[in-house]
Write a protein of this length. Structure first.
Length: 256
């Protein structure tokens, strides 16, 4: 099982969805795709007169912002990804974390801010995914999820992908970014241990939108995912992509 997370920001780049569909169509192993909303959510918030606030890469979400995020993520973006896959000959279906209780969450606590209706995944109903994969269907998952309290929550897509990959014991989690990996002085760091990642976070090398990706990658490998990687689509599309991006490997994390 290969879990692939794509960011909302990349979806507006020319040719991104077509390139993604080609990668999925050529894949030898089953794939599960989790997507964000990025600029599309921010643009809708502006049109609705809502403020867009982020704390360490996480979108602060009130009731109105949640409605906007759900419209974008579980509606427009999800169907764009599914349509691109179908056009490339990939049998795909869209769903959110709410559907069939795929992703159950609780309110995410933050040490310095109230994130509002932002959730943290605590349960994954894996059979929802495995049943689709057994039918050779590629699931495309919006991270809007169902709280244990019955409320709907906005879950960061990186975190949702990490939780899903961990629950499925995926062989690989790819977090696709607009940069080719974790960068230091303009160069991609090929591998990172937990201790090294924490040092780079403390020094400010890893910050902003890269923080949720790094946290998701580290969490995934500690939960049984064989490899987690931050990579861009251009690198993922190359024949030698196994050596691209920044890779977090389980045994390295456990030794740190």
């Amino acid at each position: 099982m290969h879990v692939l997370k794509i960011g909302g920001n990349e979806l507006d780049d020319a040719g991104f969805l077509e390139g993604l569909a080609e990668v999925v169509a050529a894949a030898a192993e089953p794939m599960v795709i989790v997507h964000g909303g990025g600029r599309a959510i921010a643009d809708l918030q502006v049109r609705l007169g809502l403020n867009s606030v982020k704390v360490e890469g996480l979108r602060v979400t009130d009731a109105d912002s949640l409605a906007a995020a759900e419209m974008v993520l579980s509606g427009r973006v999800n169907k764009r990804v599914v349509s691109a896959l179908l056009a490339a000959g990939v049998d795909a279906t869209g769903l959110s974390g709410v559907d069939r209780g795929l992703l159950r969450c609780q309110k995410k606590e933050h040490p310095t801010a109230d994130l509002g209706l932002v959730g943290e995944v605590v349960q994954v109903r894996t059979e929802v995914i495995t049943q689709l994969v057994e039918q050779a269907v590629t699931p495309v998952v919006s991270p809007i999820s169902l709280g244990l309290d019955g409320r709907t929550y906005n879950v960061n897509a990186d975190h949702a992908a990490g939780a899903l990959a961990g629950a499925l014991s995926a062989s690989l989690l790819d977090l696709v970014s607009n940069v080719p990996g974790v960068l230091q002085q303009g160069r991609v760091i090929p591998t990172l241990t937990l201790a090294q990642a924490e040092q780079l976070i403390a020094s400010g090398v890893i910050q902003g939108g890269m923080l949720p990706k790094v946290h998701a990658a580290l969490a995934a490998v500690t939960q049984g995912v064989q490899r987690a990687r931050i990579i861009d689509l251009a690198s993922l599309s190359r024949p030698d992509s196994s050596h691209a991006g920044t890779t977090f490997i389980a045994h390295e994390i456990r030794k740190a």
